[in-house]
Design a protein around this ligand. Structure first.
Ligand SMILES: [Zn+2]
Length: 117
């Protein structure tokens, strides 16, 4: 049967996939990481409307959920990729840091992406 053959092939591929993921993890976990340039990749989500249960044809009587509008949202996202192992980190968090200044005593606070460690 063709499906039996496909099932066997899928099982073999899944086994290979597991081994490769494990290998990738081992390399990336052991890497000291040499992070490349941090990229700013903002994600803009347009405003949208979630129809009420009634509008979706769901009848729940008194518990019927009303429709609602969701505002447009700009999510700030930063990524960086390791030059050695290719691991990519993504963050939406920032932290305040003192920027280095050439003028002594004149550091100013700056917001930088926080990749956590
Ligand atoms: Zn690395």
């Amino acid at each position: 049967m063709e499906t039996d053959k496909l099932k066997l092939e899928i099982a073999a591929l899944e086994h290979q996939l597991g081994l490769k993921k494990e290998r990738l993890n081992r390399i990336q976990n052991g890497c000291k990481h040499d992070w490349g340039q941090t990229q700013f990749v903002p994600d803009y989500q347009e405003a949208y409307y979630i129809p009420s249960d009634r509008e979706q044809g769901i009848e729940l009587g008194v518990d019927s959920r009303p429709g609602c509008y969701v505002d447009a949202e700009n999510t700030r996202i930063w990524t960086r990729t390791c030059r050695t192992c290719g691991e990519t980190q993504t963050t939406q968090r920032t932290k305040k840091t003192l920027s280095a200044s050439n003028v002594p005593g004149c550091g100013c606070e700056q917001e930088v992406p926080d990749f956590g460690g």
